[in-house]
Write a protein that binds this ligand. Structure first.
Ligand SMILES: Nc1ncnc2c1ncn2[C@@H]1O[C@H](COP(=O)(O)OP(=O)(O)OP(=O)(O)O)[C@@H](O)[C@H]1O
Ligand SMILES: [Mg+2]
Length: 450
């Protein structure tokens, strides 16, 4: 259940061993490629970004140790597991010294293989996360954290849109970083030294929107006791960011269209329009095309707004970016609290990766801020995470070292969380009496002599 399918290269001179291993790993949802010798493996490594290489030690011509060294010096992002056919301590030690994550003495069971593979992949994911950007030495592009291919595409679009001074529409689920992208576009473009003016269209009462955006002249309406410049005027030379643009009323949509077409605004109550030089960036978490289809949003305005569209992927589609962001926020909030940055345990990492993050980056940020305040110690373990999140750890990754009581308690807490703490409904779902649920929820007594 990892966020991205891990790619594994298996190298062994025995076709039958390859078949068995591949069948096993395929069944777990990994993407598996096989090679019968090191030369082929090295070619394959050039074409695919493998997360893990599982290689036999003794092979004719070139042996597994050379492959480990090759991977270590050329693909620092990949892990290696060495299968040591002649299970001597010596060969295992050499493998680890050459940089393998783990070794697996033959013969091994399916379960031993899977445990080694999971462990090595986890090390790799942690290592990747650790490499990245706490250090101010390499500031992330536009102050945004994330190294996934989905986010790299976003950075590329930001750079192009910024340079082109184009009108930009930013779409994406709530909390994905739309405002951050809007700022990145502004501050990386030719208008960087002029104002960036964010406007939450949903936050202004409909009756006031026009005067807020375009300004008004004295006497335009009862409370207009003096001339007032609007937000467009405040953004002169710079960028206005219209957030939640899908919420604009039809009359305002018409006025905005005119601003974009004529490049001029008319203050409420004024008889002439004035030229302006403002870049317009808009954002929405609605499906604007669907709103157009339902007649809720003007089609002509829609086309004006999405000259360039930057669609932000949800956090659950950004792979290990979750860990980079988690470490970034942990560091930041710990520094603010004046305490050392705790490390994430393997189980916490697994839980963060497996969770679906409906509230995206904002949810992650809020969670880590809370955890830094509420927990002490130099480790952050999965036990301090909300139940719903611990529950999303893939079963096989957490079940093997736990007692039944622990698993039962976790399941109960997860069910409780899913029904908002309603014990009656939780008991129904669990198929037990409400009274027994209450019993089970009692804090466990310290062991008493029997
Ligand atoms: N890639 C990122 N790197 C670092 N911080 C991020 C990233 N994306 C988002 N954030 C942070 O997460 C929070 C939410 O981002 P932002 O307000 O830009 O989201 P949004 O898409 O505008 O959300 P909404 O739809 O709820 O308005 C902000 O504090 C922002 O700084
Ligand atoms: Mg926003």
């Amino acid at each position: 259940m990892s966020t991205r399918q891990d790619h594994i290269l298996v190298v062994d001179d025995s076709e039958s061993t390859l078949r068995v291993i591949k069948r096993n790993l395929d069944a777990q949802g990994y993407t598996v490629v096989t090679a019968t010798d090191v030369a082929t493996a090295i070619e394959l490594l050039e074409d695919t970004a493998f997360d893990l290489v599982v290689t036999d030690l003794r092979m004719p011509k070139v042996g597994g140790l050379d492959l480990v060294r090759h991977v270590r010096s050329n693909f620092p992002d990949a892990g290696v597991i060495m299968i040591t056919g002649f299970a001597s301590i010596g060969s295992a030690v050499s493998a680890m010294q050459a940089g393998a994550e783990d070794y697996l003495p033959k013969p091994f069971t399916d379960e031993e293989l899977l445990t080694a593979v999971r462990g090595a992949l986890q090390k790799i994911h942690l290592r990747r996360a650790a490499r990245l950007p706490n250090s101010e030495a390499t500031p992330p592009p536009h102050g945004m954290i994330g190294d996934s291919s989905a986010m790299r595409r976003v950075y590329d679009l930001i750079n192009r849109a910024a340079a082109a001074d184009a009108t930009v529409l930013i779409t994406g689920e709530s909390g994905t970083g739309k405002e951050l992208v809007a700022r990145a576009v502004h501050y990386n473009g030719p208008r960087a030294s002029a104002p960036f003016v964010p406007v939450n269209c949903a936050g202004i009462p409909e009756a006031l929107v026009e005067s807020e955006l375009f300004g008004h002249v004295k006497g335009a309406f009862t409370s207009a006791t003096s001339n007032r410049a609007g937000l467009f005027a405040a953004a002169e030379g710079g960028t206005i960011f219209l957030d939640e643009v899908g919420e604009l009323a039809p009359a305002t949509q018409a006025k905005l269209l005119r601003v974009l077409q004529e490049r001029e605004v008319q203050m409420v109550g004024a008889d002439r329009a004035r030229k302006i030089d403002v870049r317009v960036i808009t954002a929405t978490n609605k499906d604007l095309a669907a709103l157009v289809a339902r007649g809720k949003f003007r089609e002509d305005l829609f086309y004006r707004l999405h000259v360039v569209t930057i669609d932000l992927p949800p956090l659950r589609e950004r792979g290990d970016d979750v860990l980079l962001l988690a470490r970034h926020f942990l560091t930041r909030f710990s520094q603010q609290a004046g305490r050392p940055t705790p490390t994430l345990t393997d189980r916490a990492v697994e839980a963060l990766r497996a969770y679906s993050w409906p509230g995206n980056v904002r949810e992650l940020q809020n969670l880590l801020q809370r955890l830094v305040i509420l927990t002490d110690g130099d480790e952050l373990d999965a036990t301090v995470l909300p139940a719903a999140m611990r529950f999303s750890i893939p079963r096989e990754a957490r079940a093997l070292n736990r007692t039944l009581a622990e698993i039962e308690r976790e399941h109960i807490e997860a069910v409780l969380a899913s029904v908002g703490g309603n014990k009656t409904r939780a008991a129904e779902i669990l198929g037990i009496h409400r009274k027994s649920l209450r019993e089970k929820l009692k804090p466990t007594e310290p062991d008493s002599p029997t």
